[in-house]
Design a protein around this ligand. Sequence first.
Ligand code: UDP
Length: 248
Amino acid sequence: MQEQVVPKTPKTSSVLGFPIHLLDDYTGWLVNAVAQGKGCHVVTLNAEMTMQAEQNAALAQVIRQAELIIPDGAGVVLYLKVQGKRVQRCPGIELAESLLQQLAKLEERRSVFFYGGAPGVAQTAAELWQKQLPELTISTQHGYISGEEQQAFEQTLKTQLPPLILVGLGVPRQELWIADHRSLCPNAVWIGVGGSFDIWAGVKTRAPGWLRDNHLEWVYRLYQEPWRWRRMLALPKFVWRSLVYWLS
Ligand code: UDP
């Protein structure tokens, strides 16, 4: 095993009462965690998830118990900046991408599991990554399995013990599922990655860089998936809740 620096406990701040960890190098922290078999659950916090957690006690509890909570969304970053924090946005998909690239450089612990997405999607995403990073071993399971298949899948995880497990079931399903199942692979790094497999497989596309740079990724998502409008109401609600929270 390569010699690694012990990860320092990240500094904690908060967003509407939910913890968030401020680090300069999330990927480096997680590569160390993978190399040392330091099991952890990573939550990628954004305004929409925060608003869901205010209504969903189970999700709120899972967020509070996660070992690493990163500022995934522009709303969360703006909230922290208004509070005078030095913070850089770290979208979950980019964190997962840089983690895969760094993991490929390790001497061992280079296997990864992709769980979630429609049948075939995680498989396509894995094949594309595997071409780019042949050092990695990537196993996959789509996210629409029956109870019986679920049991077989859990057994596979228990046997394979992958050091990194990416779960793309959407919020809050993936966070709750990870919390319920992380004991299957207690030394793994588990990350909820939403629709990342869809993007890697080419089923969906990410917003262009200029929209991302101007905190407008949500506009593109709305354009690509208009049915999301109801979920997107969480964004103005988040702004309103933030104002009320600060004033009180
Ligand atoms: N999904 C899944 N199983 C389910 C429901 C959803 O695998 O039972 C997948 C779906 O195919 C998609 C992802 O979960 O790939 C959700 O993506 P989305 O972009 O909606 O994630 P979010 O915005 O919630 O992070």
